[in-house]
Design a protein around this ligand. Structure first.
Ligand code: GLU
Ligand code: MG
Length: 440
């Protein structure tokens, strides 16, 4: 992702994905870059309370106080979407207080601290990538489009510009897929380690949006394109490396392929999943996506190679030349592209680390669908339906999930999300879907 510094009059838009899932910040002119990399750009704390619709949630900050967005120079990224406009330069930053300390409400600081604890306590480093689906308005939907060459042909000009733009931005794509839902495209990317997993997700979203805009079109990471339809996910594929950089999630001797430490991590995540949903599936329309039989995740289940599981153990293949231990990964499917990727990964690590600390026993992977099991069996296995609305998810997070985050961050998140719900309360379902599509 490293990039040479900006020219004197070049602008770098420095920011973060905020609690509402929107990249916000300020443009820094190049001659200020070295100073700002040290001291940051002023940021009113109340900006933290913006909803994705641009309204301000009630908050105690008011007009007072200052925090600073301090750019992280290695994240300086060039987005070259068009030949005729100068490339857009962006950088991700940390939110710091006036003394330079991490601000409690900074999503990147939250992730950084969670990753540091995982490394210190368990000797583990997360390797992974978000797998984004999005809707591209330039694909005129036709019947029969899913995975069709004819659909791919119609997005080819977009894809041909997008893939090099992603590479230039330090986000190497692996495949390009005309997906199942109308206008849906998926672009899986190569894994990174630690903070870069979430940073790449933030950057990918902006590159995709910029390239779509260069065609006069819109790309939206909204979780749902139409009421009742199939959603767009941002599945998080992940595994672990040990202190020596060796794969640590895989144990060929176990029935699932999971190492003992990875199984304990997943048990911790699975237990907390219903309380985490508010953060990982953070919009009103996210719960339209998290329905049974939409290949998303409706229950807090772990399963081997099942696309309806919240935690899916992905396949490994022998004899590919890529060692099985390196291929092996778990896919967290109960998340979407309206979520803040730093909060999602940070929360996953916090919940998983609890499982490691408590030495939770491995969960038996679920066979078949939860609907096929009697209620008593679901209780015995700890299988639960995930919340079915944002309001229910927020209540659950407020009750049980809050402890996984600094209190100030959790409370700010709840405030933003409750205001976001109020923004769309009472609107017809189609209008709610339309607004989210425009916002993301
Ligand atoms: N679109 C599905 C989702 O909402 C995922 C489909 C897939 O397995 O790629 O998560
Ligand atoms: Mg997909």
């Amino acid at each position: 992702m490293a990039d040479s510094g900006p020219g004197e009059q070049e602008i770098v838009f420095v920011g973060q994905v905020d609690l509402g899932g929107v990249f916000r910040g300020k443009g820094v002119v190049g001659h200020e870059w070295p100073y700002r990399c040290r001291w940051g750009v002023g940021w009113p704390p109340a900006n933290l309370m913006l909803t994705p619709f641009g309204t301000l949630a009630d908050n105690a900050f008011g007009s007072r106080g200052d925090v600073f967005i301090v750019p992280d120079p290695p994240t300086l990224t060039t987005i070259a979407a068009t030949a005729d406009v100068l490339p857009l330069r962006i950088a991700l930053g940390h939110l710091r207080t006036r003394t330079g300390a991490a601000w409690d409400c900074c999503p990147r600081a939250f992730l950084e601290a969670a990753l540091a604890d995982l490394a210190r306590e368990a000797g583990l480093y997360v390797k992974g990538a978000f797998e984004h689906e999005f809707l591209y308005s330039g694909l005129d939907h036709r019947l029969g489009d899913p995975f069709a060459l004819s659909a791919y042909r119609r997005i080819q000009p977009f894809a041909d510009r997008l893939i090099p733009a992603l590479a230039l931005a330090g986000v190497p794509a692996e495949t390009v897929i005309p997906e199942f839902a109308p206008q849906q495209v998926e672009v899986p990317i190569a894994p990174a380690v630690g903070m870069a997993i979430a940073d790449r997700s933030a950057i990918l979203r902006e590159v995709v949006r910029a390239v779509a805009a260069s065609f006069g079109e819109q790309a939206s990471f909204t979780p749902i394109g139409a009421p009742g339809g199939v959603g767009s996910g941002a599945h998080l594929h992940f595994s672990f490396l040990d202190r020596g950089g060796r794969p640590a999630a895989w144990d060929p001797a176990s029935a699932t392929g999971l190492s003992a430490v990875a199984a304990a991590f997943l048990a911790g995540v699975r237990r907390r999943l219903p309380a985490m949903a508010a953060v990982t599936a953070p919009t009103v329309v996210s719960y339209e996506r998290l329905q049974p039989h939409r290949w998303s995740a409706a229950y807090n289940t772990l399963a081997v190679r099942d696309r309806e599981a919240a935690l899916r153990i992905c396949p490994v293949r022998p004899d590919t030349g890529r060692p099985e231990a390196e291929q092996f990964n778990i896919e967290f499917r109960a998340t979407d592209g309206a979520a803040n990727p730093h909060l999602v990964l940070g929360l996953l690590v916090r919940a998983g680390l609890e499982g490691i600390r408590e030495r939770l026993p491995p969960d038996p992977p679920l066979e078949g669908g939860p609907e096929d099991l009697p209620p008593a069996e679901l209780v015995r296995l700890g299988v639960e339906r995930l919340p079915t609305s944002l309001v229910a998810a927020l209540d659950r997070f407020a009750g049980e999930g809050r402890s996984l985050m600094p209190a100030a961050l959790a409370d700010a998140f709840l405030g933003v999300k409750r205001a976001e719900m109020a923004d769309v309360a009472g609107l017809p379902a189609e209008e709610v879907v339309r607004r989210y599509r425009a916002a993301f």
